[in-house]
Design a protein around this ligand. Sequence first.
Ligand SMILES: Cc1cc2nc3c(=O)[nH]c(=O)nc-3n(C[C@H](O)[C@H](O)[C@H](O)COP(=O)(O)OP(=O)(O)OC[C@H]3O[C@@H](n4cnc5c(N)ncnc54)[C@H](O)[C@@H]3O)c2cc1C
Length: 400
Amino acid sequence: MIDFELTEAQQNIKEFLHWFAKNKMRPISLQADKEGDVPREFLTDVMGLGISSGDVFLGEAEAGEVVRDDQGRSQKARISMIASEELAWGDPALIISFPGPGLGAPPVKILGTPEQKKRFFEIFKDKSEPRWGAYALTEPGAGSDAAAISTTAVKNGDHYILNGRKCFITNGARASWIVVFATVDPKLGRDGHRVFVVEKGTPGFYPGRIEEKMGLRASETAELIFEECRVAIENLLGGEEYYEVKAKEGFKAAMKTFDATRPIVGAMAVGIARASYEIVKDWAKENNLFTSLLPRFRGLRDSLNYMEREIDAARLLCWRAAWMIDEELPNSKEAAMAKVYAAQVVANVTSKAIEIMGVHGCLWENLVEKLYRDQKVYDIFEGTGQIQRIIISRRIFESM
Ligand SMILES: Cc1cc2nc3c(=O)[nH]c(=O)nc-3n(C[C@H](O)[C@H](O)[C@H](O)COP(=O)(O)OP(=O)(O)OC[C@H]3O[C@@H](n4cnc5c(N)ncnc54)[C@H](O)[C@@H]3O)c2cc1C
């Protein structure tokens, strides 16, 4: 049975992460946004505390072990819900800039051989300098339609030669390695997909443009270029035999990654919505708007109860999708529902927050203005809102 009560250990994690978000993230949030970069000292703080991106988090869990509660149940996805909400409450651009394997972690865990997992995750144990992993699926001609990727991988002796371009890749230019989806034959569609880990410095691989964005400005979003890039066979995730038996596994790994990460993205949206809600509540209190004699009181009351209700509903959807991961249940529909709902909620809540504050909410010095810009992408990355709706309807029709 679903039980969302936090254990004592989970409550401690939540409190610690809230402290970190409040004291280490919030104070640099606006400045990092203006500069479009993350201060080096912040990255050092993140590493010093043993926090990591990827399957957020605490230290060794990165390498693929499952964190369990005292009754032996996995609580990894539950912890990632707590962490994602608290840290996105702190700052949504900084959380996705945390050093660690990031979105690259799930495909390595899903497809990688034991040797590959060890090799690619080991580098994150060294905390002497920040290191990132990245996940490169999107291309100029293949966003929502991931099956249409055209980056090619042609076998040549004990290497594959990659040619193509990836775009909008989070932490792509600074990553130590990138999980790259390519095709051995575009005519094969999904069956042709192969998943490689391309390491920084591989000949023929270089980062291109770093995007200037409306929101999440402190995070790095990069174009990646592969020109006659020679990738050793040892970097093909799962090895060649794997794809001979299970041709569709490359594409499936991309989709499984989303089932794991969409509840996380949803929980981040909840964190942003909660941050905006709290800011506007405090502002209304400071400006004595909670007096029923004011003509605007009724509108304020309606907006605040809408925000509280919707934030709770979005959180519950995310936590259910995460609970299914910990229970090892298929969760594509629930992950899509959580993501699409939370993205709508954060859009509405940040918009209402600005509505309540009027022009004050539009000032650069006001965090709500930044959160309004940051939230937009939550309905775009990890599959747009329309794509989530298609996934949900497909599952409904399948079950009829
Ligand atoms: C900040 C940021 C970070 C990102 N990080 C990464 C990353 O790390 N790795 C990575 O691989 N990608 C990343 N992306 C890319 C992101 O996943 C894509 O932008 C997303 O998948 C949408 O693709 P697209 O932008 O090409 O839009 P398109 O697919 O061109 O869609 C445009 C519009 O058409 C709609 N649409 C498309 N197909 C359909 C359909 N069949 N039915 C109905 N409507 C449809 C979409 O919903 C959307 O509204 C990132 C993007 C951003 C903005």
